[in-house]
Design a protein around this ligand. Structure first.
Ligand code: NAD
Length: 263
């Protein structure tokens, strides 16, 4: 599709419906606002009702908030139904809710925390695909972006559950892309490096309770661009991958990490 020759607006989501899990805060919030800014109607999904409702209110009548815990299949079916009832379709799905868990070496890692991280990051992402893909298959169109991480590509000491969960997200992305590709439905993963959200602040506090700011300074020195990314910079990649500009891109994983994994 040569959208330039057709004179279309670039990355215009007018008439499209986007569902964003973890849409109340951080990256998902920036993606929700980004979709709305570019004309989409947006379903903000999160277990955090206060922040989620605030994002929907900020967008206005083009958005609804739906409270859900992505680890519960009933809740996942609930947000799919809410999207269809409110807006009649799901064109773009950002499968993004995630948690970091604790920072501790594998030899000391808490079993219950491992299960909790896998429940949100792996089962939650699976359930999203499980219940959104049938909608897209019926529609014969759609684009999915799963939020993995650079922790889905390389290991990082002290985060065995998180790293395992994000490698799993990349695996599920490849499987789903192969399954629904023949219908023209695309499924990709994004791999953000450190992004300035609550999540990295929590990790910094766990690594260095007395000097969390020092953690950012140390980590940023390892990044070619010498800084953490912003949620908006991640949103730009998500919107691109959901747009017609990415019409030949599926089953792929894209880093947005300031060069961290390259250097
Ligand atoms: P965040 O904590 O600001 O946002 C995560 C959102 O997910 C929150 O609104 C939270 O309420 C929601 N959520 C968590 N568990 C949920 C559940 N069971 N059901 C419904 N909602 C739930 O963090 P963020 O940085 O915006 O993280 C978003 C995604 O990006 C996560 O998958 C995370 O692993 C990934 N990621 C973040 C970074 C980073 O540096 N911040 C880097 C790479 C990947």
């Amino acid at each position: 599709i040569n959208v330039y020759e057709r004179g279309e607006k670039i990355m215009d989501f007018s008439g499209k419906v986007a569902v964003v899990t973890g849409g109340a805060n951080g990256i998902g919030r920036a993606v929700s606002l980004g979709f709305a800014h570019r004309g989409a109607r947006v379903v903000v999904v999160d277990r955090d009702a206060e922040a989620g409702a605030a994002v929907a209110a900020e967008i206005g009548s083009a958005a609804i908030f739906h409270q859900a815990d992505v680890t519960q299949s009933g809740d996942v079916l609930g947000y799919v139904e809410a999207a269809l009832n409110a807006f009649g379709a799901i064109d773009c799905f950002h499968n993004n809710a995630g948690i970091e868990g604790r920072v501790a070496p594998t030899a000391e890692y808490d079993e219950a925390v491992f299960d909790a991280v896998m429940a949100v990051n792996v089962k939650g992402a699976f359930l999203g695909l499980r219940h959104v893909l049938p909608v897209m298959i019926r529609q014969q169109r759609g684009a999915v972006v799963n939020t993995a991480s650079i922790a889905g590509l390389v290991g990082t000491a002290g985060m065995p559950a998180y790293v395992a969960s994000k490698h799993a997200v990349i695996g599920m992305t490849k499987v789903a892309a192969g399954e629904v590709g023949p219908l023209g439905i695309r499924v990709n993963a994004i791999c953000p490096g450190p992004i300035t959200t609550r999540m990295v602040q929590d990790i910094a506090k766990q690594v260095s309770p007395n000097n969390p700011e020092g953690v950012e300074e140390r980590y940023a020195a390892l990044i070619p661009l010498r800084r953490y990314g912003t949620a908006e910079e991640v949103a730009n990649l998500v919107l691109f991958l959901c747009s017609d500009l990415a019409s030949n891109i599926t089953g792929a994983q894209y880093v947005v990490d300031g060069g961290r994994t390259a250097a």
